[in-house]
Design a protein around this ligand. Structure first.
Ligand code: CTP
Ligand code: CA
Length: 226
């Protein structure tokens, strides 16, 4: 059964969810970001809360009206990947499940100017550094009882890169979702995915609302082998 059928089937579970995009500032008015709106993770938080879980939501900047739809749960606003990293590492040890739906930056400017740079002073080439992989780090310090779930937003072949990330980051499952299909992706109210567990077993989540997909993801996590 994929749905909770109105039962509080997640009561007693502590679920940590990250969502939204991070911003890596060059100066106070310019940043490297991505189109993530946080809708998928907010749907997961809502679904988990209504199924009885204790939910903690760590999010980048998301639309205020989206946050207002949330039930009363713990939220932390984190702007940059470094802030999100810090909060997630502190929160993760208490979590039974960690679901990483955030779109975390891969690179950031090596320096952030404290004041706005006049455009004449902007370098023709940005100097960038790699952002540490939060999920891989969570995989390295994962307690035995914890389930760690990643997302992989892909174009083209969604399965092979997701399988690689699943193994490399020591995940219990990964939700591979296409961002180049009409019924899914950044900002859409709908989504679809292939849920892959650590044995490589694949389950399709057909196009549906992000809330319906959230319920399916939670049920699939609950059915993962212990
Ligand atoms: N992720 C993370 N920290 C990063 C980058 C990614 O925790 N610095 C997490 C994302 O939140 C997601 C998973 O890793 O749950 C996969 O992210 P994705 O961008 O698909 O994969 P990457 O490993 O960053 O590889 P690439 O961008 O090259 O596809
Ligand atoms: Ca990435």
């Amino acid at each position: 059964l994929l749905y909770s059928q109105g039962r509080c089937d997640l009561s007693g579970k502590h679920i940590l969810i990250s969502t939204g995009g991070t911003r890596e500032y060059l100066d106070p008015v310019r940043f490297i970001g991505n189109p993530s709106t946080g809708k998928m993770g907010i749907a997961l938080a809502q679904a988990a809360y209504h199924r009885g879980a204790t939910v903690s939501l760590v999010h980048g900047l998301v639309a205020e009206n989206l946050l207002q739809t949330l039930p009363p749960l713990r939220t932390h606003l984190t702007l940059s990947a470094a802030e999100m990293h810090q909060v997630l590492l502190a929160e993760a040890p208490q979590a039974d499940w960690v679901i990483m739906a955030a779109a975390v930056a891969d690179v950031r400017p090596t320096e952030t100017a404290p004041e706005k740079l006049p455009k004449q002073l902007l370098p023709p080439q940005l100097s960038l550094e790699t952002v540490p992989d939060i999920l891989a780090e969570l995989g390295n310090v994962k307690p035995a009882h914890q389930k760690l779930i990643g997302f992989a937003a892909q174009t083209g072949d969604i399965v092979s890169p997701a399988l690689h990330k699943l193994a490399q980051k020591r995940l219990d499952a990964i939700v591979a979702n296409p961002i180049d299909q009409p019924d899914s992706g950044f900002g859409s109210d709908r989504n679809q995915a292939i849920f892959i567990d650590s044995t490589g077993k694949q389950q399709a989540i057909l196009p549906c609302s992000k809330l319906a997909m959230a319920h399916q993801v939670l049920s699939l996590i609950q059915q993962l082998p212990h």
